[in-house]
Design a protein around this ligand. Structure first.
Ligand code: GDP
Ligand code: IMO
Ligand code: MG
Length: 428
């Protein structure tokens, strides 16, 4: 019963979509277990480029059953828009399964996401504005609306009314916005009920049966370890569990059913939104990584902040997730840099930290301690074996493998589907 989790190893956009795609037609199920349409995964197949937000990227592989697990928050307008868009391009989405227990993002969540951010002033998180935080807040406050509520209008109405009561006070009295009516929310949700109904089920049970029948199930994480609500750089995080433990709770499968944990890391780092980022570059090197790597958000189009590879982050990711394999993407972007800095530890007000500091203030004060590696000039996009890489690129990868705490089993050398070097198989 092979269960494989794909987990972001940094601050997101590491190339998780491409890593899922790499597992290809050996996948039977691909499960999104956290987050919502804050995610943006780009997959390039031939000359076609696909940007996925709410649907797991495995949907692009024919024969795969895509699953939206209970841990996801769903904006139904976005879901059906994405389905229609993919169908127009010839992608079969008919097998999609949706957990009856997943929560819904409604109009009041997206409104609140935007107004609360504005009122945070300089403490803004720079959210994607998709209503993610407010929807998870309602879930934890036990006033969320779940997929199954769509099929009992009476209950739905009562729940929306309960959820709106406090929010309308806030919107009108604190934020100076208009009140939202129960009817407008209920109507906007019910529009989708009949189309959604056949997709809805007990996805936890379906996955249990699939795993027991020996099917290959991939749990595709959104966001990343450093954006995890418990283990990331709180409060500059997303509102879900994007680490490996989240795959278990967010899909409803026991942790023993997931036997491979694949951490995806870039050969450098990016971050979108606010929050600490010790190796961030503000100079021409940062600009070079941004332009060469095409580092602009898939979801919001925002330019991504860029920095050098950070070993304490990678080691932390290996530990928190129990990473069995790393996939290192975008090695090609580093071609032509004479001497490549790698952060091996932090200096926090004169004290050396080899591991991620537990104190938020220390993370904010962390200055990178760099080691420098000789670069290479060759274009890597044609390399398909480790031995074909220039010697210095091999040494760079080997050094990062030694420092980061798990083996590197694949190396990305370009955005296209086949631009990858596979060293170890990712499914048992
Ligand atoms: P995700 O959110 O983790 O799925 O990552 P995104 O799709 O947001 O961002 C990763 C970007 O890098 C996408 O545009 C990919 O097409 C691209 N990409 C993935 N792997 C590689 C690689 O090895 N080299 C290059 N140059 N681009 C890559
Ligand atoms: P993928 O899956 C990068 C960031 C936002 C913001 C913070 C909170 O493509 O890697 P939210 O809207 O989730 O409440 O925003 O998290 N963020 C991401 N950054 N990649 C993502 O997803 C992200 N999803 C959220 O920029 O800083
Ligand atoms: Mg992304």
């Amino acid at each position: 019963m092979p269960g494989v989790a794909i987990i972001g190893g940094q601050w997101g956009d590491e190339g998780k979509g491409k890593a899922t795609d790499l597992l290809g037609d050996r996948i039977d199920y691909v499960v999104k277990f956290n987050g919502g349409n804050n995610a943006g995964h780009t997959v390039v197949i031939g000359n076609e480029k696909y940007a996925l937000h709410l649907l797991p990227s495995g949907i692009l592989t024919p024969g795969v059953t895509p699953v939206i697990g209970n841990g996801v928050v769903i904006d139904l307008d976005v879901l059906f828009h994405e389905i229609d868009h993919l169908e127009e391009r010839g992608v079969d989405t008919s097998k999609l399964r949706v957990s009856a227990n997943a929560h819904l993002i409604t109009g009041y969540h997206t409104t609140l996401d935007k107004v609360t951010e504005r009122f945070l002033g300089k403490r803004q998180i720079g959210t994607t504005g998709r209503g993610i935080g407010p929807a998870y807040a309602d879930k934890i406050n036990r006033i969320g609306i779940r997929v199954q509520d769509l099929f009992d209008e009476n209950i739905l109405r009562q729940k929306v009314e309960a959820a709106l009561f406090g929010k309308n006070h806030l919107l009108v009295k604190v934020y100076n916005r208009r009140a939202i009516t129960v009817n407008e929310i209920v109507d906007a949700l019910l529009v989708h009920a009949e189309r959604l109904r056949p997709m809805v089920g007990d996805t936890s049970l379906e996955l249990y049966d699939a795993l027991n029948a020996g099917r290959n199930v991939v749990f595709e994480g959104g966001q990343a370890t450093m954006l995890d609500v418990d283990h990331g750089t709180y409060p500059y995080v997303t509102s879900s569990s994007s680490t490996a433990g989240g795959a278990s709770t967010g899909a409803g499968v026991g942790p023993t059913q997931i036997n491979r944990i694949i951490g995806i890391v870039k050969a450098y780092i990016t971050r979108v939104g606010a929050g600490p980022f010790p190796t961030e570059l503000f100079d021409e090197w940062g600009e070079l990584l941004r332009t060469r790597g095409g580092e602009f958000g898939t979801t919001t189009g925002r330019p991504r902040r860029t920095g050098w590879y950070d070993v304490p982050v990678a080691r932390y990711t290996a530990r928190i997730n129990g990473v069995t394999d790393f996939v290192m993407t975008k090695l090609d972007v580093l071609s032509g840099i004479e001497s490549i800095p790698v952060c091996v530890a932090y200096d926090v007000d004169g004290v050396r930290f080899d591991e991620m500091p537990v104190s938020q203030s220390d993370i904010h004060h962390a200055k990178p301690i760099y080691e420098y590696f000789d670069g290479w000039t060759e274009d890597l996009s044609g390399c398909r074996t480790f031995e074909e890489l220039p010697e210095n690129a091999q040494l760079y990868v080997k050094a990062l493998e030694r420092l980061s705490g798990a083996r590197i089993s694949a190396i990305g050398v370009g955005p296209k589907r086949d631009e990858i070097i596979q060293i170890h198989d990712l499914i048992d």
